[in-house]
Write a protein that binds this ligand. Sequence first.
Ligand code: ZN
Length: 42
Amino acid sequence: MFKVMEFFRNLPKKKCSQCGLDMVEQADCYGNLCDECDHPAR
Ligand SMILES: [Zn+2]
């Protein structure tokens, strides 16, 4: 059986291009900004 966890662990971690915060991989992510930097109120 394919090791799914191994697969995800090998994925490169995304980092916010603005603050450098580690981001969780999201299906519909808005560019390379984390939730904080991408917040509409900011
Ligand atoms: Zn950020």
